[in-house]
Structure formats: C-alpha cells, structure tokens
Ligand binder design. Structure first.
Ligand code: GDP
Length: 199
C-alpha cells in the first residue's frame, strides 16, 4: 500500500480559470470550505509539509484552484474558499464558474472533503455545496475542523445538528473530527484518502 509519509509532495499549478487546469495525472482529492476554515492547515498536514498550501494570508492564490501532487499516485485539489463578506462582488462571482468548471471537466475525482469549522457548524453555503456535490453522485465527506476550540459537549451538539441536516443516505457518513493543532483525526483522514485513491 502506498505510504503517504514517503510521498514527495509538490505544488503543480494554480488556475484562475478552467482553461488553466493541468491535465489529469492521478486521482484527485478535493478540499472545499469557507475561507479561514483551516483548509490550508489540513492540506499541509495531509501532505506532511508545513507550508505547501500557505496558511492564512495568501493573496493571489486564494481565488485559484491549486493542485498539489503527493508522489505520482494522488493529487490534492484546493478549491477557493467561499463566504467572504468583504471582497468585491466580481471576485465572489468568479467562484461559481471556477468550481463548477472543475466539477464539469471530467476530472478523476476520488473524494471531496468539505471542511466546516466546529465553532460555526454547517452553514447555508456549506449545506448547499454538499447537496450540489451529492446530487452529482460525487463521493463527499464532511470534516469538522478546529475541534480543539470547542468543548466535547458543544462538538457533540454540532455533530448531532449536522446529522439532522444531512440525512440522505448519500450524505450520512459521520463527519471526521479534525484538529491540526492536536493531530486529532489526521490518521483516519490519511486512511480515507488512501482508500479513496486506490485503484
Ligand atoms: P484556510 O483559509 O481555510 O486555508 O485556513 P488556514 O489553514 O489558513 O487557517 C486559518 C486560521 O485557523 C489560521 O490562523 C490557523 O492557524 C487556524 N487553524 C487552522 N487549523 C486549526 C486547528 O485545528 N485548531 C486551531 N485552534 N486553529 C486552527
């Protein structure tokens, strides 16, 4: 079995429009979620590189689809975050065609990871994207991030609310509970990715 730890990871391309996407080369594991949800941190943790996807401010790259290779057997795809309040409308409007272009492009999508901040819970935009992906038959799994910032009781409430909200069979796998600060959930996440990309 391929070992994530031994894979060399590298940035492949950043694409601001669908015509700039690199040619598919390996099964793709897609990371989606609101801005600041912890997407770059989870991606770096999976790739075991501290600054592969830069954490926090990364002007320019934030509105692109970014592609990273883990060896030659898996490609990580970082979709632009959604849900900013302060950016220009034109920038927000570019999100939809870019993301829809990615999923309409016949790419070898092995798994979509939809990240949600444990403190916020599932918002309208998250639920909408989850339904949109599930309706297209894409394998999608919810990740609750930054679990170190909520109490166990609060986390249990968030998980229960997610379960009530996403109750269709395609949606009902329990969310993975993740903290890049404590390492919680990272081993199961790597196992999920390995299983998803296996031929
Ligand atoms: P992105 O905008 O979704 O790529 O989010 P980042 O990975 O840049 O993280 C946004 C902020 O959340 C940064 O300040 C991170 O240090 C912080 N963060 C990310 N993951 C965690 C976590 O598991 N626990 C805590 N406490 N903070 C986190």
């Amino acid at each position: 079995m391929t070992n994530l730890r031994s894979s060399v990871s590298r940035f492949v391309a950043g694409a601001a429009s669908a015509d700039a996407f690199p040619r598919p080369a390996a099964p793709e594991v897609v990371f989606a979620g609101r801005s600041n949800v912890g997407k770059s941190s989870v991606l770096n943790a999976v790739a075991q590189r501290r600054a592969l996807a830069r954490v926090g401010r990364s002007p320019g790259r934030t509105r692109q689809v970014n592609f990273f290779d883990l060896g030659d057997w898996c490609r990580l795809v970082d979709l632009p975050g959604y849900g900013w309040a302060r950016v220009a409308r034109t920038e927000r409007q570019s999100w939809k065609p870019l993301v829809e272009g990615y999923f309409a492009g016949g790419r070898p999508v092995a798994l979509v990871l939809l990240l949600v901040d444990s403190r916020r819970g599932l918002g309208e935009a998250d639920a909408g994207l989850f339904a949109w992906l599930a309706d297209r038959g894409l394998p999608v799994r919810l990740l609750l991030t930054k679990t170190d910032l909520v109490s166990p009781a609060e986390l249990a409430r968030v998980v229960a609310r997610v379960g009530e909200r996403l109750d269709r069979p395609a949606e009902n796998a329990p969310p993975l509970l993740i903290s890049t600060h404590t390492g919680r959930g990272l081993a199961p996440l790597r196992a999920l990715i390995r299983a998803a990309v296996q031929p």
